[in-house]
Design a protein around this ligand. Sequence first.
Ligand code: ATR
Length: 296
Amino acid sequence: MAYSRITQQQSRNGSAKNEPSQVSIDRYAVFGNPIKHSRSPVIHRLFAEQTGQTLEYSAELVALDSFNQAVKSFARSGGKGLNITVPFKQNAFEFATALSKRAQQAGAVNTLIIDDADYYGDNTDGVGLQRDLTNNHQQTLQDKRILILGAGGASRGALGALLTEKPAQITIANRTVEKAINLAKAFSAHGKTQGCGYDDLTQSYDIIINATAASLQGELPPLSASLLNKNSFCYDMMYAKAPTVFMQWAQGNRVTENNIADGLGMLVEQAAESFYLWRDIKPETRPVIDAVRALL
Ligand code: ATR
């Protein structure tokens, strides 16, 4: 695959390990707008410390009309890889010269691997969510009924990875029903998926994932308590110092603390997968999740 080729290249150059005096430090960055509050620099600094890798990682504010230019200029200055965040994930998808299967499924790129004029686009968001649910929160997804709230980019990015766990079904509920139906159809070859509106939900779910942007405005889609059973696990892809409105909804409906989580673990897990793509080494995520949590 493209990224293993690049890793070999880095090793040949000696830039990943061993010969720092002969080469400049490998540079990475996250591109976004806004970017000030990005946690990615601290996460990657902690990964680098933990794994003994020498690299630089910065957060770069990119003007809305300058994405392509900014990537090329970063590459010219020796940049080896990028994380891409809002609102540029689609731009990166268009810009990439090759795409992983998971980037194609997501229709978006959150990680670029730069090798001369080659820009390999991948998407680590889905696997980040999958690992947070299964490793950090010990959720088994196989044969479970999963409900995803929202049918935007966050849902699209999650579906491919969730379906690899072979859940019994994934229902996508959205305010704009047609988007949910179309998204369910786009993934129907990979498992049982269905799209609907919030009013159409009639059963309870084992796992409910909030992938709407509603939390950002402190809002909540119209959710009935009948969506919950006594073991339901409620996960918000957003994270904040205080529980999100979706987490508060779960608390208010007597979901236990162990069964409520925010998306900080997903953030760290997707970063760990990017780090692995770039450096060919997997950092331990638990201490980094704890450290970033303490900074919120
Ligand atoms: P992202 O890329 O973060 O998923 P997006 O593509 O803009 O962002 O999608 C946002 C999602 O949040 C959509 O599913 C949107 O619903 P619509 O498709 O009906 O617009 C959902 N959303 C945003 N604000 C919401 C709100 N206040 N209540 C319910 N859903 C909301």
